[in-house]
Design a protein around this ligand. Structure first.
Ligand SMILES: [Zn+2]
Ligand SMILES: [Zn+2]
Length: 131
């Protein structure tokens, strides 16, 4: 059952998008920058820098909703175009982001990346001066 992923660094970018919502940390309506690569997923607030890091736990072909659990606040449900590592089609992926989990699922083949919440930090250094 070993699979190889011939990924070059250029194709490391899997999902990169923004979602505007109320930040759980600064409570402002701000862009949340969403990034996912095969080995990590991140959500960072554009306003205050609050960043949540998720690490991969499972990758599998699953039925829709298999990994969706009720989180501590509203789930974000987004649709993004991304290259699938399983069926190699660039097509629609469903993103489901909660406070404890982050899933990306290929609509074509059902291949799902399940990331679980790992840690949280405030990325002040990465922010521009906001004065
Ligand atoms: Zn914030
Ligand atoms: Zn696929």
């Amino acid at each position: 059952m070993s699979r190889t992923y011939p990924l070059s660094p250029m194709s490391d970018r899997f999902i990169f998008t923004r979602y505007r919502t109320d930040c759980y940390h600064c409570k402002e309506n701000a862009d949340q920058i969403i990034k996912a690569v095969p080995y990590q997923a991140q959500v960072a607030c554009d306003n205050c820098g609050a960043t949540r890091v998720y690490i991969p736990r499972i990758e599998d072909v699953s039925k829709e909703g298999t990994f969706t659990k009720i989180g501590c606040y509203d789930l974000w449900q987004l649709v993004e175009t991304a290259p699938c590592r399983n069926c190699h089609l660039t097509g629609l992926h469903d993103l489901t982001i909660g406070c404890r989990h982050f899933t990306v699922r290929c609509r074509n083949c059902g291949f799902t990346h399940f990331y679980k919440f790992d840690l949280e930090y405030i990325a002040k250094d990465e922010l521009k001066d906001q004065t």
